[in-house]
Design a protein around this ligand. Structure first.
Ligand code: SF4
Ligand code: SF4
Length: 511
């Protein structure tokens, strides 16, 4: 009986932990596969071929696609110099490899680490609004610190011990748990402030059309969930302290003296009238509820916007280190222009067909970084709150662009799973089924959304790629734009005046 009483909870705990780890691992694999459905980032094939032919080197790119997953490699004289997707191989000291690494975001590791530490870990951009930044930091720090406490709970569950660290740490243990409780109190207060901002003060950016339904519920649910976890911690600690004080077997040995913790001792009077058996039951329910809640929370996070807790680190690391306002050229067009201007020779290498689609209609035509951006979006709406198009009543919301991209990517991922990893057209696309022409054409390309994002997401890059599809594949732009494009083509300026007349305005100045 004694043995059964020890083994049954351990077996239950192992099953619970194992099931949670398997579900989380499955989700992580699914998300990683989805992000890698995006294209590689490098767009400088023609340039690199020029470089290689000048230096009489045999340069080649390999872009393999297996089950829709791209893998890009750069080879010089048949030696692999660099490999896409951040998996850097031996990076040789040559210009082509350096460019490749820059494009694929595997260069300048110290700067990338600095970005990650400042923006993701230090939450630098959150402090542009100091009060909210501080509240967010409290919740984030609470999340990290409570993970330390989780270590003891997991070890207790696996070994059948009770408060394993208390005998090891002595008096420090009481202070440490008290510190966790204080953190929990601050987390609860911050959650209440955040709930009030959303539901009582009704801040405008939390009530835009894209935030109706699940998006709003998700944000409230997670805040509520965190408060429940803290209250379970308090219940667990308060009942434990009472059981220790009464000398109940299994609890009296938890420390040299009955322990009272900083915050939970304040709620002890609530439970004082309960019998020993009721207290034990409540303590066990709180313990199991706390660990189950944390594991459930960890699974839930992988389905919600709170994935940013983890992905913000990757996203800030792989963020573009160049100027934020810089737009990337389309290699196909650059090549045509260079050929027309005689800047590159019309050689076999130049004739090699490139990918002849323009822009992006669906998520597979976006880059893996665009897709990582989509999964990282916190739905905070800072981008939308500074978007001039949105502020002047247009339908465009950069936050919605990111949410739509993630929704579509999840659908594509599920569709692949349902067809054994093979892509079968589902007759849907990001542009058209999620994002409309009206939204795409409303963007002023001002870059304010990119500046405002606290985790270095670039909604503009997705908008531009879809706009290129609308313009160049569908020619579905307003007539005024068409005239402007024709003028640029014919007179190298948006206005219909010949280039030779350009300095006419200065003629009078010479008189
Ligand atoms: S770049 Fe476009 S989407 Fe971003 S803030 Fe400016 S107008 Fe809005
Ligand atoms: S893109 Fe950035 S600023 Fe916009 S909602 Fe997402 S996390 Fe917030």
């Amino acid at each position: 009986m004694e043995l059964a009483a020890l083994i049954v909870p351990i077996a239950l705990f192992v099953m619970l932990l194992g099931a949670a780890v398997m579900v989380i691992w499955g989700r992580v694999t699914h998300i990683k596969r989805n992000i890698l459905l995006g294209k590689p980032l490098f767009f400088y094939k023609t340039w690199a071929q020029d470089w290689a032919s000048k230096d009489k080197k045999n340069l080649s790119f390999q872009t393999k696609a297996q089950n829709g997953v791209f893998e890009s490699q750069l080879l010089i004289n048949d030696q692999m110099q660099a490999q896409g997707r951040g998996q850097s191989g031996e990076i040789a000291e040559n210009e082509a490899a350096k460019n490749f690494c820059q494009q694929e975001r595997i260069d300048h590791n110290p700067s990338r680490m600095r970005n990650m530490l400042l923006i993701a870990f230090g939450q630098k951009k959150m402090f542009e609004r100091p009060f909210v930044g501080f509240m967010h930091l409290v919740i984030y720090a609470g999340f990290l610190l409570i993970n330390i406490e989780l270590l003891e709970i997991v070890l207790d569950g696996l070994t059948g011990q009770h408060r394993l660290f208390s005998s090891l740490l002595g008096g420090v243990y009481t202070w440490l748990i008290g510190f966790f409780e204080l953190t929990g109190l601050l987390v609860t207060l911050s959650c209440l402030v955040f709930l009030a901002r959303r539901n009582v003060l009704k801040l405008g950016r939390f009530h835009k059309p894209e935030m109706q339904g699940w998006a709003s519920t998700d944000a409230n649910l997670i805040l509520f969930f965190e408060m429940v976890l803290v209250s379970l911690l308090y219940t667990m600690n308060a009942t434990d302290s009472l059981l220790q004080a009464r000398g109940v077997e299994g609890y009296a040995h938890a420390g040299a003296e009955p322990m009272r913790f900083l915050c939970s001792q304040l709620v002890m009077p609530l439970y004082n009238g309960l019998s020993d058996s009721s207290l034990i039951l409540l303590e066990r329910v709180a313990w199991w509820g706390h660990i189950s809640g944390i594991l459930g929370f960890s699974i839930y996070v992988t389905y919600s916007k709170h994935l940013h807790i983890v992905l913000a680190f990757f996203n800030t690391y792989y963020a573009d280190l160049g100027s934020r306002g810089q737009m990337k050229n389309m290699e196909n067009i650059t090549k045509e222009v260079k050929l027309a201007m005689g800047l590159i020779e019309d050689t076999a290498a130049a004739d090699e067909p490139l990918d002849m689609s323009f822009g992006a209609k669906d998520v597979q035509q976006l880059s893996w970084k665009n897709l990582l951006d989509a999964y990282t979006c916190t739905e905070c709406g800072r981008c939308t709150s500074v978007c001039p198009a949105n502020l002047t009543g247009k339908k465009l919301s950069p936050r919605k662009i990111m949410m739509d991209t993630r929704d579509r990517l999840e659908t594509v991922g599920e569709h692949l799973d349902n067809h054994n990893g093979q892509w079968v057209d589902d007759n849907k696309a990001l542009y058209g089924d999620h994002i409309s022409r009206e939204e795409i054409l409303a963007c002023t390309t001002c870059n304010a959304c990119v500046e405002a994002c606290p985790v270095n997401i670039n909604p503009l890059d997705i908008i531009l790629q879809i706009r290129r599809h609308v313009t160049m594949e569908e020619a579905n732009v307003p007539d005024a734009w068409k005239s402007m494009f024709a003028n640029v083509e014919n007179t190298q300026a948006p206005w219909a005046f010949p280039a030779s007349d350009r300095f006419k305005w200065a003629e009078d100045l010479q008189k």
